[in-house]
Ligand binder design. Structure first.
Ligand code: 5AD
Ligand code: SF4
Length: 453
């Protein structure tokens, strides 16, 4: 059905060499959706360019996890409006924000020049939406508010030739009280294991070496009789010849079962940095966040993972200034950070999201206090960075060469299996996409230096 629309648009655009550009906001799931959008647009004959201000078709793939994303989007829409005054541009806006009723209304009423609006559950209809917009000059709104089905075999244009993200499950059932994701991405639904493994085997055949399994809550993945759960799936992915590095994002601490830990421990291919979102270190706040673990349970889990998995480091997400959070409760977060020594911390200031349970509370923390706590956490985190990086000096790291360094064409850049950037001199023998052994020689604040062995 959508193939017909792809053909129709292709015919209309025939010979025009029209360009497209996608601006992606938010998480890796959105990035993966954008690769699918790119796949469909390329099939329709559009040619990719990076500068969205010069493109004939512009897609904004939106995020609504935090409020500042909205302001950013309005700014970008304003830029396109100006361009539209001088030449034809087709503007399509999709993604999570369009699943929010309030935002959808605002875009429809305040920005009538937007040509296509699509949601997260209707991504696969994009060819039809674009067809209606280009052939009939219709304003298209294609957003549905159901939990969404899983659409397989959409065309996809991947950003890299050796690293690929593969979505294994969609949606979230957790309803953390601050989070809007369950409302815009719908309930949890897992892809069939056969489909996932088929996709990864195909990627391996095409030369892909690094796979990131994606989902809002990957470790609550549900498979079939044979590949029952996330542990089984991880194990199967590691067995695929040609795949050298396996990563996943994001797991939930409450579902981090022993079988998952054991599979990681025995498979060297799996990344040695695991993202374990803490959110808060205080048990009362965690309960109000509906996170389903206590401070002690989190510490115990982290300890168990580190003792069972060789060379493991952890990264995390932390929210400061959740409604009602007191200074003492925030101290518990700092305490956990000191105890666990996270390799990477993604820090967020609590942002009130309409429709969530926490947004209704009347004990919101004043902005000033939220910022103070953020700065304190940042200071603690940054004070650990040097110490953590120095630990790498003298170690041997097996890395995949990702590309030339941004500022120096004589050096390559790669990442350790704990996601640290390493820069090293190019040699004649090695190319982008190769896996090499590096000896780490220097540590800097945000990167390491190494030598090929
Ligand atoms: N305010 C601030 N941060 C949030 N996150 C999710 N919702 C909010 C919110 N309302 C953060 C969480 C999550 C990450 C992806 O975004 O830390 O893990
Ligand atoms: Fe949001 Fe919690 Fe679901 Fe993560 S697990 S997407 S924070 S509701």
């Amino acid at each position: 059905m959508q193939e017909n629309y792809i053909e129709l648009v292709k015919k209309i655009n025939n010979g025009k060499l029209l360009t497209y550009s996608i601006l992606t906001f938010g998480c890796q799931l959105n990035e993966n959706d954008s690769e699918k959008i790119a796949g469909m647009l390329e099939e329709m004959g559009y040619i990719k360019i990076d500068d969205y201000k010069s493109a004939d078709l512009v897609v904004f793939n939106t995020c609504c996890v935090r409020e500042n994303a909205e302001e950013k989007l309005f700014g970008k829409i304003g830029e396109i409006k100006k361009i539209k005054e001088n030449r034809e541009v087709l503007l399509a806006i999709g993604g999570c924000m369009m699943q929010e009723e309030k935002m959808l209304k605002k875009i429809k009423t305040s920005y009538p020049f937007v040509n296509v609006i699509f949601g997260t559950h209707t991504l696969q209809n994009l060819p039809e939406d674009i067809y209606k917009a280009v052939s009939k000059n219709q304003k298209v709104k294609d957003v549905i508010d159901i939990d969404g089905e899983i659409y397989e075999d959409l065309p996809i244009k991947r950003e890299s030739n050796f690293k690929a993200s593969v979505t294994i499950m969609y949606g979230c059932n957790n309803f953390c009280s601050y989070c809007i994701v369950p409302y815009v991405r719908g309930r949890e639904r897992s892809r069939k294991p056969e489909k996932i493994l088929e996709e990864i085997k195909d990627l391996a055949k095409k030369g892909y070496k690094e796979i990131t399994l994606l989902g809002q809550n990957v470790n609550s993945y549900k498979g079939n009789e044979k590949i029952k759960n996330f542990a089984d799936l991880l194990d199967e992915v590691c067995k695929i010849d040609g795949i050298e590095k396996v990563d996943f994002i994001s797991p939930h601490p409450k579902d981090f079962t022993d079988d998952v830990i054991d599979v990681i421990a025995k498979n060297e291919k799996i990344s040695r940095i695991i993202h374990l979102p803490l959110q808060s270190g205080n048990t009362k706040v965690l309960k109000e966040m509906n996170r389903k673990y206590t401070k002690e349970q989190f510490l115990e889990l982290a300890q168990k993972m580190k003792s069972k998995i060789n060379g493991l480091v952890l990264s995390t997400d932390i929210i400061v200034g959740f409604p009602g959070e007191t200074d003492e409760e925030f101290e518990d977060t700092l305490d956990v950070v000191r105890k666990i020594n996270f390799e990477q911390i993604f820090m967020f200031i609590y942002s009130k999201r309409d429709g969530t349970v926490a947004a209704k509370r009347d004990d919101q923390v004043p902005e000033e206090i939220k910022h103070k706590r953020f700065d304190k956490l940042k200071e603690l985190y940054e004070s650990k960075v040097d110490e953590n990086n120095e630990r790498y000096i003298g170690t041997i790291q097996k890395v995949l060469i990702e590309g030339e360094s941004k500022n120096n064409e004589n050096t390559y850049t790669a990442r350790t299996n704990t996601n640290k950037v390493v820069i090293f001199d190019k040699t004649q023998k090695h190319n982008i996409g190769d896996i090499v052994d590096l000896k780490i020689t220097e540590s800097h604040k945000w990167y390491l230096k190494g030598e090929i062995l």
